[in-house]
Design a protein around this ligand. Structure first.
Ligand SMILES: Cc1cc2nc3c(=O)[nH]c(=O)nc-3n(C[C@H](O)[C@H](O)[C@H](O)COP(=O)(O)OP(=O)(O)OC[C@H]3O[C@@H](n4cnc5c(N)ncnc54)[C@H](O)[C@@H]3O)c2cc1C
Length: 364
């Protein structure tokens, strides 16, 4: 070990979507940024279906076209008895190559000047106006530490920032078959208790098929593959945790959480890409302002980050929590009735629905 410590303006833990995006935005501003990611291969292991709204493409205007695998604008919602209604979203959804997206954002961060270490973040402590960051290999100093380390954030734990206990585990595979160009969502106690199973086509012959539940995900995954595809031997190639809810604080002195680490996730679908990208921009703006004003304390980040992102995303997260609560209060037979009613009467109202539950002007 050296007898001096490398000093950075910002250290970001987690080189996935949110971490790379924040690192890129800050490095572009000339900040000395270190990104610490524990996996050597960026984007792997994959823990995402990669279904996003039009807003993701609006935010990432330079996203290479070959990362967009499919474009879909209709969903089929299946009740436990197989009744379904079709919903058309206001604007199209896109299926992305998620590993490719992570690599793209990581390369952008590096191009902007971010330095990178493949190390595992262990802990931090405050020291002489800095945060001292300890990994499995070294110790570094930084003025600001950003935790973009996902749904089981070690940064959040170390900073005593309590994360919600709503946790679901998702498993997904890539399957061959004949697939209509709809996103399918399947509900029911025997399919995916308190969540859903999904089919997201990449094209007419290939789809991403998965299940998220809070108990026995493997059992439900195998059962769904058997019932939907008549095939249960496919090994999952995507696995991950979905955690949602609103955290009281996503900041501490010199610490900021972003993305899944801050539970910036849609509670109904588990989607976190769009919210993570929106919050990454707010995070980068807050960090820039912190350097301009030389303020790094809890109060500053509360005003300039925590309350700001919550003003934009918390109403949508609350709506998502409420819809979950209402839907999953229902028994399977009540859900069957509800879906039949929606099929008969309600789809016109629901057709105005926004995939992210956000107002149109949120990116302005
Ligand atoms: C099965 C499943 C399907 C999903 N499908 C969708 C979807 O279709 N659309 C959508 O919008 N969202 C989806 N999501 C959610 C989406 O994947 C997340 O919201 C998104 O990946 C969050 O990005 P992030 O950068 O905040 O965190 P993560 O992607 O979790 O990245 C965290 C990074 O931190 C690294 N890391 C963690 N701990 C450490 C440490 N101690 N030291 C160093 N590095 C560390 C990890 O290796 C990882 O690279 C899905 C999630 C699951 C589980």
């Amino acid at each position: 070990m050296r007898d001096y410590l490398d000093i950075y303006d910002v250290i970001v833990i987690g080189g996935s979507l949110s971490g790379s995006r924040v690192a890129e935005l800050l490095a572009q501003k000339g900040r000395n940024v270190l990104l610490i990611e524990e996996h050597e291969k960026i984007g792997l292991p994959c823990k995402c279906t990669g279904l996003v709204s039009w807003r993701t493409l609006e935010i990432l205007k330079n996203l290479p076209k070959n990362l967009v695998v499919n474009k879909l604008d209709k969903g089929k919602f299946y009740a436990p008895d197989g009744t379904f209604f079709v919903l058309k979203s206001k604007k199209s959804a896109y299926v992305l190559n998620r590993t490719g997206l992570d690599k793209f954002l990581f390369d952008q961060a590096v191009k902007a000047g971010t330095k990178v270490k493949t190390e595992h973040f262990e802990t931090f402590k405050y020291s002489d106006g800095y945060v001292e960051v300890k990994t499995n290999k070294d110790i570094y100093r930084t003025k600001i530490l950003i935790g973009a380390d996902g749904a089981n954030s070690v940064v959040a734990k170390n900073a005593n920032l309590t994360m919600p206990k709503n946790i679901f585990v998702g498993l997904q595979t890539t399957a061959q078959g004949n697939f209509e160009q709809y996103v399918e969502l399947w509900f029911g106690e025997n399919i995916a208790p308190k969540f859903f199973a999904w089919v997201v086509p990449e094209n007419e012959e290939v789809a991403r098929v998965g299940v998220a539940t809070h108990t026995n995900p493997k059992q439900y995954y195998e059962r769904f593959l058997e019932s939907r595809l008549n095939h249960n031997g496919l090994i999952p190639n995507v696995a991950g945790i979905i955690r949602f809810g609103i955290m009281k604080d996503t900041i501490a002195d010199r610490i900021i959480l972003v993305g899944d680490a801050a539970c910036q996730v849609k509670p109904f679908s588990g989607g976190g890409i769009t919210y993570g990208l929106i919050a990454s921009q707010i995070c980068a703006d807050a960090v820039e302002k912190a350097f301009e004003e030389n303020k790094f304390d809890y109060k500053f980040f509360k005003q300039n980050y925590d309350l700001k992102w919550k003003k934009i995303l918390a109403p949508a997260i609350k709506k998502g929590m409420m819809s979950r609560k209402m839907l999953y209060l229902l028994s399977d037979s009540q859900m069957n009735v509800l879906f039949k009613m929606i099929k008969l009467f309600g789809y016109k109202i629901l057709n105005r629905f926004d995939f992210d539950l956000l107002p149109d002007n949120v990116l302005n």
